[in-house]
Design a protein around this ligand. Structure first.
Ligand code: ZN
Length: 340
């Protein structure tokens, strides 16, 4: 059962709510437990500094696939919290005893601007696993996630919340590739993509690579123009953010006011986030590159501050247009929106 199904099942009754909430929590701690003996200590440290879990671990958590065990753990921190997070992790007694070696990998300015990762602390553990703590090039810990190699890796998990940018594709084992980044892929990126393919993921540059999104052909005749599937938030050129209607965001325990905690502590999907479009060679015929609601032409990502809006309107401060929001923000019987 993937995380979307679990959340729907959780809403059916209180017993299921408690079981599903515990299951979600165990799902995260068991995956982290493959790396460190005390995952709660690591979760506390990551939460304290507003960082997020991403990469294969977040994908594995979203899919809830037991066989998809990450080889390495990726943590993303903002540029101003990164150093303190690294010190806290390395000095944590339960982790220190496991550390075989650790090294800081500096990104070239070119790579930092492309992938939005300024620096990485690689912690090699005696159990053969590796933890990578990435320093975002911006104030948003999520910025490097927006520059992931493909949409299957644009997910986040925190102590309270989780998000998936392209659930329609990810749950169908499909991913749009950031093909313009291929020359800048690291060996770890290539390993992650190989493991995606090994788990029967399909990678493509255009949604029309998959039968459901193919243009309407009658024999050799094109009946209707090719769609970019913008209305389903699948156009690689459109601006996206965690919380739009095409994404999935949720909380481990909504009844325990986890959303309020995220708002208060500036944790995703609130606080310093990012709006982005894929680094892709896809050529959108519908003009998503220059007619987008949230990103101007030529802009591939911008850091933004998401806050709860007491007036219940989601507005874009750049264009001052009301944006379409995720159903999540309009649930619970009263307006729940956030502002940029
Ligand atoms: Zn488009």
């Amino acid at each position: 059962m993937d995380i979307r199904s679990v959340c729907q099942w959780r809403a059916t009754c209180r017993t299921n709510y408690q079981y599903a909430t515990s299951s979600l929590r165990r799902s995260l701690t068991s995956r982290l437990g493959a790396f460190v003996p005390q995952p709660l200590a690591l979760i506390d440290a990551v939460t304290k500094y507003g960082a997020v879990f991403g990469g294969e671990l977040a994908l594995s958590f979203i899919l809830r696939l037991e066989p998809y065990t990450p080889l390495f753990l990726e943590i993303f921190a903002s540029n101003y919290q990164y150093e303190r997070l690294c010190e806290t992790i390395v000095d944590n007694p339960s982790i220190t005893a496991l550390i075989d070696s650790h090294v800081i990998l500096n990104s070239s300015l070119f790579r930092a601007l492309r992938r939005l990762v300024a620096q990485t602390l690689a912690i090699r553990l005696t159990n053969g696993k590796t933890i990578y703590v990435h320093q975002s090039y911006t104030c948003s810990p999520s910025a490097p996630i927006a520059r992931a190699t493909c949409t299957a890796f644009s997910n986040f998990v925190t102590e309270y919340s989780f998000g998936c940018s392209h659930p329609e594709l990810t749950f169908a084992r499909r991913a749009l590739l950031s093909d313009e980044e291929i020359p800048h892929f690291t060996p770890q990126d290539s390993q992650s993509l190989d493991r995606l393919l090994a788990h029967e993921f399909s990678l493509a540059i255009s949604p029309t690579a998959w039968p459901e999104y193919r243009r309407n052909m009658d024999g050799d005749t094109l009946v209707s123009a090719e769609e970019c599937w913008r209305h389903r938030f699948l156009c690689p050129k459109q601006g996206r953010f965690f919380g739009d209607r095409g994404s999935l965001v949720g909380f481990f325990d909504p009844l325990a006011h986890y959303e309020a905690r995220c708002v208060k502590d500036n944790l995703p999907p609130f606080g310093p986030m990012v709006i982005w479009r894929l680094m892709t060679s896809f050529d959108c015929d519908d003009g998503c590159e220059y007619l987008d609601d949230v990103l101007e032409q030529g802009v591939v990502s911008i850091p933004v501050l998401f806050k709860k809006d007491p007036f219940g309107e989601l507005r874009d401060c750049v264009s001052d247009r009301t944006l379409r929001t995720s159903p999540y923000y309009r649930s619970f019987g009263r307006p729940r929106c956030l502002s940029i």
